[in-house]
Design a binder for this molecule. Structure first.
Ligand code: SAM
Length: 242
C-alpha cells in the first residue's frame, strides 16, 4: 500500500480498503463519511460486469474516466462485504462519531442492514436530490440518492444548528473527476456534523471529494482508494488547494 501525505491534514492510501483499515489504530477518527461503489448498475450478472462508464452513462453523454473498481457484487454479497468494512470503520471511530454512507434505492436495504450488523446506531436517511437525473417514461423519476446516517453509540453533537434532511445539488459533469463523483457543495454541507479540526475517514475516496470538502471546512481526512489512477487524481486535486 502506498501512502501520500498532502499538507498537514490529508493522507491518501492507495490500496484495498479492508487491508488499509486493518492497519489503522482503534478510536483514532472523529467521523466516517464515504461513498462506496453501489454495485447497482445492470440487472443481470453479465451486465453488472460491464465497465461502469457504460453502465452509468447514456451513450450520447459518455465521458472517459478511469475504471471504477469493485462495482460488480450482487446484493447479498454486497451486504456481507459492507458489514466487514463498516465493522472495521466502527473500531477505528471514536465513541459518538457520526457515520454517513452514500447509497441508492437498490442498495438501501443492504446498507441499512450492514451498518447495524457492524455495530453502528442507525439514526436516519438523508436525501440527496439530483435535478439532473434522467426522466423515466411512465414511471417515477429516480432523482434521489441517499446518505445513511448513523453514529457509534450516543452521537456527539457539535453544533446547535438544525441540518436539513434533503439537499438538492446537481451533478456537475464538466468539473467532476470521477465517474461517480459527488458534488463538492453537498460534501461541505455534510461536514457540518463533524467536529471542527476533527479527522474524517473515507475508505472509498474516488476522486477525493470528501477530502476536498474536509480541507475547505477545516477538517482532516484519511482516504483510501484502490485505483492507482483515482488515488493520483485525488492527490493532484488536493495538492492544488493544500
Ligand atoms: C463511488 S466511488 C467514490 C467517489 C467519490 N465520492 C468522489 O466524489 O469522487 C467509489 C470508489 O471506491 C473505489 N473502490 C472500490 N473498491 C475498493 C476497495 N476494495 N478498496 C478501496 N477502494 C475501492 C473505486 O475505485 C471508486 O473510486
Amino acid at each position: 500500500m502506498d501512502c501520500l501525505k498532502i499538507g498537514n491534514d490529508t493522507v491518501i492510501y492507495q490500496g484495498e480498503a479492508l487491508s488499509v483499515l486493518h492497519s489503522l489504530p482503534t478510536a483514532s477518527v472523529d467521523a466516517v463519511i464515504t461513498d462506496p461503489p453501489y454495485s447497482t448498475g445492470g440487472m443481470t450478472l453479465a451486465s453488472k460486469q460491464q465497465d461502469p462508464c457504460k453502465k452509468y452513462q447514456n451513450s450520447g453523454t459518455r465521458k472517459a474516466y478511469p475504471a471504477m473498481l469493485g462495482d460488480t457484487r450482487d446484493q447479498r454479497s454486497y451486504a456481507f462485504w459492507a458489514t466487514w468494512w463498516l465493522s472495521e470503520c466502527w473500531r477505528i471511530a471514536r465513541d459518538g462519531s457520526p457515520l454517513l454512507v452514500f447509497t441508492d434505492w437498490r442498495q438501501l436495504p443492504s446498507v441499512t442492514d450492514a451498518i447495524q450488523a457492524a455495530g453502528w446506531l442507525w439514526r436516519g436517511v438523508v436525501v440527496w436530490q439530483k435535478p439532473s437525473a434522467r426522466p423515466a417514461i411512465g414511471e417515477f423519476r429516480r432523482e434521489t440518492e441517499f446518505v445513511i446516517y448513523g453514529s457509534k453509540g450516543k452521537p456527539n453533537l457539535h453544533s446547535r444548528r438544525c441540518f436539513p434532511g434533503v439537499f438538492k445539488y446537481p451533478v456537475n459533469a464538466s468539473t467532476k473527476v470521477h465517474i461517480a463523483g459527488k458534488p463538492l457543495e453537498l460534501l461541505k454541507e455534510l461536514m457540518g456534523v463533524v467536529v471542527e479540526g476533527g479527522t474524517v475517514l473515507d475508505p472509498f475516496l474516488g476522486g477525493g471529494t470528501t477530502a476536498h470538502a474536509a480541507q475547505l471546512t477545516g477538517r482532516k481526512c484519511i482516504g483510501v482508494e484502490l485505483s492507482p489512477e483515482y488515488a493520483k487524481l485525488s492527490a493532484e486535486r488536493l495538492q492544488k488547494i493544500a
